[in-house]
Ligand binder design. Structure first.
Ligand SMILES: *Cc1c(COP(=O)(O)O)cnc(C)c1O
Length: 507
């Protein structure tokens, strides 16, 4: 026990650096052991609702643990309470949603960020936090082949780490509205944003947050444009809708094109969308094209996937999540724009208490002006560690291996006559399902697929998720399974085991 009367800490039981060192080593050991044990856990958590909460005390402790020995209880609770309540996103047999990559270098960067505990809202509140962020994002722009004018070294562009793709879309949307106002649209215009029916729900949410959409059902101010059979936005319908809105006196100001949709990995035709904006009065009145490449953007590190960048000359901003498929643990969204001024105009507010000489000089970046919150963590550290540890070669190998595994899986599905690939594979995402039996109504096919999914997920041996590909061009809506290969440690044996389990679980 420490003697509070002589400790000089006013009775506050901080860990000493020596105590922290010991516990820290133990926690790192625990994480390393977790990585080694990952394949022994059921991938999807098997707890019932309330199962975790029921094991937690109702009231906070009055007495703290004060020191190392007391932490035994915490390590025990990790095993007994927390682990059973986890879905193991880092399991090599996790194929659900999109991946949420963590990696050793990223985790160490995250630890360091917490250990340093700096808050990088302004350049002056930690110059390294800002300057490292700017540099690693320029590295990432180079690695992904983004246009020069998205880099900090360009005359008008720049980049920032946002927390998530959702925040990136929101920030792009408010910048877009600001720019449209500069072009003369009245502040109280009836604003209209466009995306495809396959766009992520964060586009609608952003429109709700910034007051463009009046609720989730507001299809007048957020137009979801119908797609082709491959689930890419149909540009001719976009053009018709924009013209209708203009005729009705509304102000089209924002288009979100998706590259790698959440449902099926589909890509909107970015070039054609940009051309529509240029052909209608939308572009000339400040209209903004944002590309949401949350998942697929990571694949741009491979030159063979740069076709995803076609049409970038008409794009105002692009964002993707290294926290999905680029080995950087959540949260880390790389946001690029070629019009940083629009962002700053929309987001800068400077109260007296934040004024400082460096900011006033205009020679530095204050990232608080590029995002919704004021404060910000030192997230660039983890990205820096990832880029340095893996190098461009390592990152390309990571993406290529998963795409190769996606190809393997796709070939096994198409060789089994009970199954079919539902839409062409997108990178490492395969949407597939059990084929309809002769004369089987669509709902019955859907039900068999739902049952198959539940059976394999309940086994604990793997976890994958589903989507409904909505009816398009005469084809009915289809319930399909999504095999999203991308966990950091997934190898061919895990993908093969997943396929064998699926194939042997058909009822
Ligand atoms: C995952 C995803 C998002 C949302 O990502 P967050 O970073 O969690 O906000 C947005 N758009 C697409 C296309 C996605 O796949």
């Amino acid at each position: 026990m420490r003697d509070d009367s002589t400790g000089g800490d006013g009775g506050v039981p901080h860990l000493s650096p020596e105590e922290f060192r010991k516990l820290g080593h133990r926690m790192v050991d625990w994480i390393a052991d977790y990585q080694a044990r990952l394949e022994s856990f059921p991938v999807r958590s098997q707890v019932a609702p309330g199962g975790v909460a029921s094991k937690l005390p109702e009231h906070p402790p009055e007495e703290g643990l004060a020191g190392e020995a007391g932490w035994e209880g915490i390590f025990k609770d990790l095993e007994d309470i927390i682990l059973p309540g986890l879905t193991h996103w880092q399991s090599p047999s996790f194929f659900a949603y999109f991946p949420a990559n963590a990696s050793g270098p990223a985790v160490l960067g995250e630890l360091l960020s917490a250990g340093l505990g700096v808050q990088g809202m302004l350049w002056s509140t930690s110059p390294a936090a800002t300057e490292l962020e700017t540099r690693v994002l320029d590295w990432l722009a180079e690695l992904t082949g983004l246009p020069e004018d998205f880099r900090s070294t360009s005359a008008t562009g720049g980049s920032v780490i946002q927390g998530t793709a959702s925040e990136a879309t929101l920030v792009a949307m408010v910048a877009a509205r600001e720019r449209a106002r500069r072009h003369g649209a009245p502040a109280d215009s009836e604003w209209v944003a466009y995306a495809s029916t396959q766009a992520h729900s964060s586009v609608l949410k952003a429109a709700m947050l910034c007051g463009v959409a009046h609720g989730a059902e507001d299809t007048t101010h957020v137009r979801l444009i119908e797609t082709s059979a491959r689930y890419g936005m149909r540009p001719e319908l976009l053009e018709r809708t924009i013209r209708e809105d203009l005729d009705a006196g509304r102000v089209p100001f924002f288009v979100c094109a998706t590259v790698g949709s959440t449902s099926s990995g589909a890509a909107d035709p970015v070039r054609a969308v940009g051309e529509v904006m240029a052909r209608t009065p939308m572009r000339a009145s400040g209209g903004w094209l944002h590309v949401d490449a949350a998942w697929a953007g990571a694949a741009l590190v491979c030159p063979e996937h740069r076709d995803l960048l076609d049409g970038m000359s008409g794009v105002d901003s692009l964002a993707f999540n290294p926290h999905k498929w680029l080995l950087t643990n959540f949260d880390c969204n790389a946001f690029y724009t070629r019009d940083r001024k629009a962002l700053l105009d929309a987001l800068s507010v400077t109260p007296e208490y934040l004024r400082n000489a460096a900011s006033a000089s205009g020679a530095v970046i204050d990232y608080r002006d590029w995002q919704v919150p004021l404060g910000r963590r030192f997230r660039a550290l983890k990205l820096w560690f990832v880029l340095r540890h893996y190098g461009a070669k390592g990152l390309r190998a990571h993406i290529r291996e998963h795409v190769r595994l996606g190809e393997r899986f796709e070939s096994w599905v198409s060789e089994d006559e009970r199954f079919e690939v539902a839409v062409p594979r997108s990178l490492s995402l395969v949407c597939f399902r059990l084929k309809p039996l002769p004369g089987e109504p669509p709902q019955a096919t859907d039900a068999r697929n739902r049952e198959l999914l539940e059976r394999v997920n309940a086994s604990g041996k793997m976890f994958l998720s589903h989507t409904v590909l909505h009816a398009v061009e005469g084809a009915p809506a289809r319930y399909v399974l999504r095999m999203a290969i991308g966990a950091s440690m997934t190898q061919e044996r895990h993908v093969r085991a997943a396929w064998e389990l699926l194939a042997s679980s058909v009822g």
